[in-house]
Design a protein around this ligand. Structure first.
Ligand SMILES: NC(=O)c1ccc[n+]([C@@H]2O[C@H](COP(=O)([O-])OP(=O)(O)OC[C@H]3O[C@@H](n4cnc5c(N)ncnc54)[C@H](O)[C@@H]3O)[C@@H](O)[C@H]2O)c1
Length: 455
């Protein structure tokens, strides 16, 4: 297995060496001047190939499988899914990239003892992320885990503890904007004072999602292992409007737009504003647009206040895609001397206090946030290479579990505030909810006994 004893430490020397060799292009908090399509082409070459199994390949996982297969220092050895059609489709997509045909496997747990597999990519529905990752860590596999890493704060705690327990194992979170060069530069500019002290952040996501109808209990289709799809979730009868993708809108499996898409943007806001845990948080919204089985809000605002005179808010509109500041997805940082806008792609604008653009940085790579499968393939390759670099050289991860915990927690607390209809008071030292038994009831959840997550 490929690994490195220093993998959780910042290995500055290895980083510099690789920067010069053109293997990795991101510096922790640094900038990426001169990054071009040519240099992108250079970074996807390296000597040693890391063997990767992709878990869950209907949509995002297939895009990741293709993207991992494009990396010359990687071999996609296994494609696993509980939908047998998805396995076949994904094997064909990977084979088309480089002529190498991965093995298909229905149950990813069978790969855990396979010493030839170095890393797992967890792109299943959210309810499998933490339990599946914990199994992989216990088996000594590195993990690229899709966001949101957990469905409850308790699961997030388990991941943090596991990350400390297995310091040689690398866990990269799929909040890939952390590796996009111009975003890294934008955040560094904020830290360097381009807009003065940033005191307010606004994040948003807007789409035109269609209704999901009223589901009927029907027989489980022959192409699906529904028992394994449910895995850690307590059992519910199969309905015809749940699989695939629509599970995002049921509290039992996903948790809606906030952890699904808000996480990317709240993570940027938290990073740029240099804040950790809030002091209070509230949220309102509802399923306003359609009457169907969709449980999570299709329209939601979340207000989050931090101790040092800073706050942020997030607006999610699943069913009205009108953009803000010309972007359907974005993060705006408001500061004492101006504002900085990060839109959907690898680009940003700086405004003065009157709203005049004083600087604009554009990307030669485009990202399409409405492409729910693979919005930004070339840029995401940088995040994948950062994962590999952490495995081989111990380079600093751009999106590690410890830091991502705090961003994911903002989403989870936002949903807990929404579901309990209360303003939550939070301990800014730990992120814990203060004095609210009902809200604490949502800190964890019940599991199917066979799949209870353990470190
Ligand atoms: N980082 C990003 O930009 C980004 C973009 C899209 C989705 N995502 C994330 O990727 C994850 C998957 O989303 P999606 O849209 O592809 O969902 P999806 O429902 O379309 O696909 C999930 C796949 O996982 C499979 N699966 C379920 N249980 C499994 C198991 N035990 N073993 C193997 N496969 C299993 C399902 O059969 C399905 O094929 C979500 O967590 C989502 O938040 C991230």
């Amino acid at each position: 297995m490929i690994g490195n004893n220093n993998s959780k430490r910042v290995n500055r020397r290895a980083f510099v060496k690789h920067t010069l060799a053109g293997v990795i292009v991101t510096a922790f908090g640094g900038t990426l001047s001169g990054f071009t399509a040519k240099s992108y082409a250079r970074i996807i070459g390296a000597n040693e190939r890391i063997s990767v199994a992709i878990v869950g390949v209907n949509n995002r996982g297939r895009a990741l499988a293709v993207n991992f297969a494009h990396q010359r220092n990687c071999r996609v050895t296994h494609i696993t899914d509980v939908d047998f059609r998805a396995i076949k489709k994904c094997i064909a997509a990977v084979t088309a990239v480089n002529g190498e045909t991965p093995h298909g496997e229905a149950d990813f747990r069978r790969l855990l003892d396979d010493k030839s597999v170095d890393a797992l990519v967890m792109a299943t529905p959210d309810h499998w992320h933490t339990p599946g990752t914990l199994l992989a860590l216990r088996a000594g596999k590195h993990v690229y885990i899709e966001k949101p890493v957990s469905t409850t704060p308790h699961e997030g705690d388990l991941l943090r503890k596991a990350s400390s327990k297995y310091p040689d194992i690398v866990i990269q979170v799929g909040t890939q904007r952390r590796s996009w060069p111009n975003i890294v530069t934008a955040i560094q500019e904020i830290h360097d004072g381009v807009i003065g002290r940033p005191y307010f952040g606004k994040g948003w996501y807007a789409n035109n999602r269609r209704p999901i109808g009223i589901g009927k209990e029907v027989a489980v289709p022959s192409w699906l292992d529904y028992e394994l799809w449910q895995g850690p979730a307590t059992r519910k009868p199969y309905k015809d409007n749940l699989i695939h993708y629509n599970w995002h809108w049921f509290w039992h499996y996903g948790h809606g737009e906030l952890p699904g898409n808000g996480i990317h943007i709240l993570d940027l806001l938290r990073w740029g504003m240099q804040v950790d845990y809030p002091i209070r948080i509230s949220s309102i919204g509802g399923r306003y647009q359609y009457e169907d089985d969709w449980e999570t809000p299709d329209t939601q605002t979340v207000d989050i206040e931090f101790a040092d005179n800073k706050s942020m808010c997030w607006e999610g509109r699943s069913c009205n895609g009108v953009p803000l500041y010309n972007y359907p997805v974005g993060a705006m940082f408001y500061g004492e001397n101006g504002s900085l806008l990060i839109g959907q792609g690898n680009e940003y604008k700086v405004f003065d206090l009157k709203g005049k653009i004083v600087k604009e940085v554009k990307s030669e790579f485009t990202a399409d946030p409405m492409n729910r499968t693979n919005p930004s393939q070339q840029l995401d390759a940088l995040h994948i290479q950062n994962f590999f670099s952490a495995i081989r050289e111990g380079s600093q991860l751009r999106s590690d579990i410890e830091d991502n915990y705090k961003s994911t927690l903002l989403c989870q607390l936002g949903n807990i505030a929404y579901r309990t209809g209360t303003m939550l008071q939070i301990d800014p030292a730990s992120g814990a909810i203060i004095g609210n038994q009902e809200a604490m009831g949502l800190w964890t959840k019940e599991y199917h006994p066979e799949f209870e997550p353990e470190i």
